[in-house]
Design a protein. Structure first.
Length: 166
């Protein structure tokens, strides 16, 4: 049996979130097109732009650890994205669509927050100061996006979802 280290675990998790971010980048335009609420559309578009920057930061973290950026299939994010696509299909044209899309987006955010928090902590343990800075920046963005989505849900989207379809 080969000994695995925290460095190995960090690298594997980095490949996981790299896959997730690339998958999310592809799904955000679909979510934006499907959203009925203009503010929700804008939130998805803004997050798409942020995700591009987050992927660039991941490239930098790979460079810091001396590894080539590679993705590792992440069944968890595949499932979350698939749920969002099902909501888009099943609730199309209904008032509850935006609430469902927003919930799917928050599930994605919570996954990302979990991964980035873990990676940041491991980077600290491994003495990867530059990686810590990059991961903290992304973690802050993800946390802000989640908070913004919560405000949007509470101020408009969930109320609109209670209305009956026309």
């Amino acid at each position: 049996m080969i000994d695995k280290t925290l460095e190995d675990l960090f690298h594997e998790t980095l490949k996981d979130i790299y896959y997730a971010e690339r998958k999310i980048l592809k799904s955000l335009p679909k979510m934006a097109r499907g959203a009925q609420d203009q503010k929700l559309k804008q939130a998805f578009e803004k997050h798409r732009d942020e995700t591009e920057g987050q992927i660039e930061r991941l490239h930098q973290v790979f460079e810091i650890i001396g590894k080539r950026p590679r993705a590792k299939t992440c069944p968890a994010i595949d499932g979350i994205v698939e749920e969002g696509e099902e909501i888009l299909e099943e609730f199309k044209g209904n008032p509850a669509l935006d609430a469902g899309l927003l919930a799917a987006a928050q599930a994605i955010e919570h996954y990302e927050i979990s991964r980035y928090g873990t990676l940041r902590t491991w980077a600290q343990q491994l003495g990867l100061k530059d990686a810590v800075t990059l991961l903290e920046q992304t973690l802050a963005e993800e946390s802000k996006t989640d908070a913004d989505l919560t405000k949007l849900a509470e101020s408009a989207v969930n109320t609109a979802a209670k209305k009956k379809a026309a």
